[in-house]
Design a protein around this ligand. Structure first.
Ligand SMILES: [Zn+2]
Length: 82
């Protein structure tokens, strides 16, 4: 019975450790440079949300209606369509 408790404690610590590593990548080795860029060299994409259906997509792929609304496709940009 005691081993079960120890095992559960170890499992908990393991998952907590993994979660902490996932939330803060690269905290052990601080990389120099003012900002972190992806491997492709492009700046990270800002994600926006479609006002009609709630789909998340990169801003450069989204459509705007001139009133600050962002949409995933032309159908969702049309006011009349459902
Ligand atoms: Zn949409």
């Amino acid at each position: 019975m005691k081993y079960l408790i120890v095992l559960a404690l170890l499992a908990y610590l393991y998952f907590a450790w993994r979660k902490q590593r996932g939330n803060r990548p690269g905290n052990s080795a601080r990389s120099p440079g003012p900002e972190r860029r992806s491997e492709t060299g492009a700046a990270p994409q800002e994600m926006v949300c479609c006002d009609r259906c709630g789909l998340h997509l990169p801003r450069n792929e989204s459509l705007t209606d001139g009133r600050g609304g962002t949409f995933c496709c032309a159908q969702h940009r049309e006011p009349g369509s459902a």
